[in-house]
Write a protein that binds this ligand. Sequence first.
Ligand code: 3HC
Ligand code: NAI
Length: 693
Amino acid sequence: MAVDYTTRDGVAVITLNNPPVNGLGHSTRAGIVEGIARAASDPSVSAIVITGAGKAFSGGADITEFNTPRAMQEPTLHTVINEVEKSAKPVVAAIHGVAMGGGLELALGAHYRIAAPGAQIALPEVKLGILPGAGGTQRLPRAIGLEAALNMIVTGSPAMSEKLANSGLFDAIAQGDLLEDAIAFARRAADRQGPHPLVRNRKIEHPNAEGFLQFARNTVAAMSKNYPAPVKCVDAIAAGVKQGFDKGLLREREYFVELVQTPESRALRHAFFGERAASKIPDVPSSMPTREIQKVAVIGAGTMGGGITMNFLNAGVPVTLLETKQEALDRGLATIRKNYEAQVKKGKLTVEKLEARMALIRPTLAYDDLKEADLIIEAVFEELGVKEQVFKRLDEVAKPGAILASNTSTLDVDKIAAFTKRPHDVVGLHFFSPANVMKLLEVVRGKETARDVLATVMQVAKKIRKTAVVSGVCDGFIGNRMIEQYVRQALYMLEEGALPAQVDRAIEKFGFAMGPFRMSDLAGNDIGWAIRKRRYQEHPDMKYSKIADRLCETGRFGQKTGAGWYDYKAGERDALPSKLVDEMIVAYSKEAGVERRTIGDEEIVERLVFSLVNEGAKILAEGIASKASDVDMVYLTGYGFPLWRGGPMLYADTVGLYNVERAIRRYAQQPNGDAWEIAPLIVDLAAKGGTFN
Ligand code: 3HC
Ligand code: NAI
């Protein structure tokens, strides 16, 4: 039963009971209406309290019902709220934990609201590409004022109940037990003469509503270019302000129906569930016991080790940081401090917090100091020999049951595990640079990694606020293995007729944060060069354009050398097209006997994105990723893929796999077409009319 009904002292208590967040799915909605009717017909009941069981009042409409008949099946949330408003007996919403979306809209329909301190209050629908569709755009401005409501609705950001104590939203903040207070409040309300107050009847007071709404619309439109929902929120609010509550409600409904079908909303919902799905590993049940992680050690205080350490310090976890030499240790500590100081300067951190975080570090040169660590993360040089030394030493000193992790980006985690006598305790934790900023964490599952180790590191990832995605062992794991194909296509296109700025512009217009050449200049062109040199040895059969090697031979490694695919002015990061490099590219084509042609933006985008899709499909078929949404999460959180497109695999589904297959086969016929070996999974799914997600 999704709703419980009890009575206490003449008050009916309707408890939403649909774990984990009391989503307002069909049975919950029906239960509320039934509860109201039952209370209405019971002469011993004089008032009604609606409350939530467990950790939330309600997290809102059940998102899994969207675009299914259940979402529209009566009683809809509108009907529920109408029944609440119409109730002759006063209805009090007792709010704790979370009141979001439809949950808050339900509460706004009640005659009175009482909240526990610490409850998160939000209308987060824009984050799912929609707008509050059950009166939120009409009632919230009437409850807390036009400007505050508009701000909450277009950002979707939560506010704490106590911060809203005097906003007009709540009639009281509970001082003691919420339910007791709500019942007492309801009994007092029942003694008052009806009709009881309704938010819909309040007036919106604003000295210049029209001017403000116009300003808000312009600002919101400029800030949310690729997202249709925020502007629609403003329009729905404006309709209510200008034409009154009922017309505003109709307009809101219209927009909701429109928005819920947009590709942007589909993508945002995909990302919401994809993030949660990523933490679920098919053969690791959620009941799997986890190991206790209280003390962490990091080996190597370089670029990655420092950033990794900061993640734990930020979460209040002490870290023992080990280096080989005092100078390296001092340098690493100084960099961490400098990063925190930059946050202090920006007003994001207090000096006290900076010192508290630094005090959690225990710097050391001695492996013996790692004995107590529950989790040890290695971030030393990317050489198998160095990793071997470190893991052999760790095997000697680490306590039994300690998790031994490597941050390697290219090496074989199984080989690293084999350096120890406890390969089941070894796992890859592939952080992205800068490790204290980037959301993505690839958890690399070795062939012997124990399931409880995986369950534990997924939990740790949540604690340090990373989006963790499990990858099997393969060269480059999920993210870098795919990006290699993307970069290969980008380089071929230079050879065939494009220039770096054109390629970057086309893919940035598609929505990537940064095109491949600006990205490579930022990361350092020498990194890709080193990988290619290894490839030439290991896979002499794999063809590459040599154009990037040519660039590296001239020492143009990117921003760090002041020159790469682009020119850079000293101290600046703006990428300026380089005449020299462009000429070098044209000369290279000539030398290679390639007749340059105009390559359109559509071809650039297709070749880049479909190369990701094609490799992603192989990764799925091999079981390196366990689901398509995992691949999407890697790209959304680690590679700047546009969120409103939902990741490469969802994008391919949107385009249609039949069309993706045809495009790939077409490109395979062109010069350099042998880089395209179509993934059998695409062919299979296209033939069946199937999708990845
Ligand atoms: N519908 C369906 N499932 C939901 C849900 C919802 N509104 N909110 C959360 N869930 C599910 C999650 O998918 C997850 O499922 P899983 O255990 O199977 O993975 C589970 O509930 C727990 O969620 P979290 O892991 O996110 O739990 P937290 O405690 O960290 O966070 C929360 C709780 C703050 C409520 C967070 O889940 C959240 O932000 N949810 C979305 C809230 C939202 O966007 N509401 C608006 C919905 S749209 C709407 O109401 C339309 C209306 O205007 C008509
Ligand atoms: P770095 O060169 O900045 O830092 C490595 C540090 O390890 C140095 O401070 C060095 O003194 C220390 N070190 C070397 N041998 C050691 C040993 N035996 N014991 C203790 N400390 C030792 O390198 P970076 O970039 O931090 O890379 C570290 C690891 O992270 C590598 O495996 C790399 O592939 C991986 N990685 C790097 C990313 C990047 O963008 N830089 C991204 C993801 C992973």
